[in-house]
Design a protein around this ligand. Sequence first.
Ligand SMILES: O=C(O)c1cc(=O)[nH]c(=O)n1[C@@H]1O[C@H](COP(=O)(O)O)[C@@H](O)[C@H]1O
Length: 284
Amino acid sequence: MSAIPFGTRLASELAAKRHLCVGIDPHAPLLAEWGLADDAAGAERMGREVVAAAAGVAACVKPQIAFFERFGSAGFVALERIFADARAAGVMVVADVKRGDIGSSFAAYADAWLRPGSPLEADAMTVTAYQGFGSLDGAAGYVRDHGKGLFVLAATSNPEAREVQQAVRADGRTVAQAMVADALSAGNPEDDHVNSVGVVLGATLQLSDFGIDVTAPPARPALPVLAPGFGAQGARIEDAGEIFGGLGWALLANESRSVLSGGAQGLAARVRDRADAVATALTV
Ligand SMILES: O=C(O)c1cc(=O)[nH]c(=O)n1[C@@H]1O[C@H](COP(=O)(O)O)[C@@H](O)[C@H]1O
């Protein structure tokens, strides 16, 4: 039995003008600011507070796995509890794991992060296709039959990435352009509005430098774009419409440090403020 495609679920969030993705990045200084210990219990507490603040306001939360891996198995237990809270609250989870490997090993990553019933089951995960797009095939069944999504790194927000992602391939396209095209064709054909496979495009970038045209009308199905780089990395969420143009239709704007900073007190108000700001920025 097929589950509701990820793209269809995402389309409902976008229709409700929920474009914000709140990062769960328990950096040590942020935990200190929250009055929490720099341990798994502290990271869990922060994550669960973020889920509570995001429910009904943001489209998703995005836990960055490195901040939990720091604590070994206890960190993974913390993540499992955060994921369970998110499921109960109806908040989608994008596991920011940036996985990629040869196909047979990648399939095990997909099993860990996307298989229904897995302790670390998320709605979508971030992946890298630098071992070739076909190396991601092990996730195809979860995308097609189990309502799961992928976000493929295409043009990332960090300046060092240009040397790889702006490189021009033998077919004349940049690496980033090819990632965008391959992501679109890897989506679920049942998705009529929003594809189930999207890309990561940094909000800090001039996307035309990567050969990505934001003036083109939205693809159909629309390509989900997970966009980090707002807030702490310098892009303004109020400029999301200008930065992403035609790609703004299915935009998930991520902020992590800028929303988490300031402590648990006021978190709900900060999340609502960012959610309203991006909804306004994308209203044409
Ligand atoms: O895949 C990501 O989420 C990601 C891709 C990218 O190009 N740039 C980027 O910053 N990220 C992640 O997005 C989050 C951004 O955090 P802030 O800069 O604190 O908002 C971090 O968890 C990064 O690991």
